[in-house]
Design a binder for this molecule. Structure first.
Ligand code: SF4
Ligand code: SF4
Length: 205
């Protein structure tokens, strides 16, 4: 009898296992054939920081202010910048991150005054030495830096010209308002004079 019971228990266990297998067999696959297929990482995924492009200037907007370098608790950012000739705005000239030290805390993103820092979606970086994880964040931008600076210089000139035009317009409007007020005051004085004269005549009578 015990033998029959063992067979029944074994069959039941086998069928239970087969049921789970068949149920999952019908569902879509949730794995990918990595590295042939690569999946899109989620928005929440964080990896080494990168400089992100700003639409208005078609480049990163790192001004080398060093705010991120100062706030980084892991001391893994090394950034420098200079003011290109004829420009008011600074541009980064060096930006290295030692990702072997980075904790992805996000403080550097929080303090960036130009919002030009973001997380990358890199998830499969490998290396044999720690130095393999030191990233040059300006590397993807370096070739286009010359034309970018030219574009920014023109943009600054246009903004300065627009500001000057606004100032001139404002000054002209102020001058016109002052002149109008002066004309009205003088008109009122002229209108009041005969009345004063009449008053004087009435007092004499
Ligand atoms: S995420 Fe944190 S640790 Fe990493 S570079 Fe930025 S401030 Fe430093
Ligand atoms: S805080 Fe932003 S603008 Fe300043 S150096 Fe860092 S990335 Fe560049």
């Amino acid at each position: 009898m015990a033998f029959v019971k063992d067979i029944l228990d074994g069959t039941k266990t086998l069928l239970t296992g087969m049921k789970v297998t068949l149920n999952n067999f019908r569902k879509p696959s949730i794995t990918s054939k990595y590295p042939i297929e690569k999946i899109e990482m989620s928005e929440a995924f964080r990896n080494v920081i990168v400089l992100i492009e700003k639409d208005d200037i078609q480049s990163h907007d790192c001004i080398g202010c060093k705010a991120c370098e100062r706030v980084c608790p892991s001391f893994c950012i090394d950034v420098d910048g200079e003011r290109p000739e004829g420009m008011r705005r600074m541009r980064a000239t060096e930006f290295k991150v030692d990702f072997a030290l980075c904790s992805d805390c996000g403080l550097c993103l929080d303090v960036c005054p130009t919002d030009t820092l973001g997380y990358s979606k890199i998830h499969d970086e490998t290396g044999y030495n720690r130095s393999d994880f030191v990233y040059d964040l300006l590397d993807p931008w370096r070739d286009a830096e010359g034309p970018t600076v030219e574009r920014l210089r023109k943009l600054e000139e246009e903004q300065a010209a627009a500001k000057k035009a606004r100032t001139v317009k404002k000054a002209a409007a102020k001058k016109a308002a002052a002149k109008k007020a002066e004309t009205e005051t003088s008109k009122e004085t002229t209108e009041e004079t005969p009345t004063n004269k009449n008053d004087a005549e009435n007092n004499d009578a």
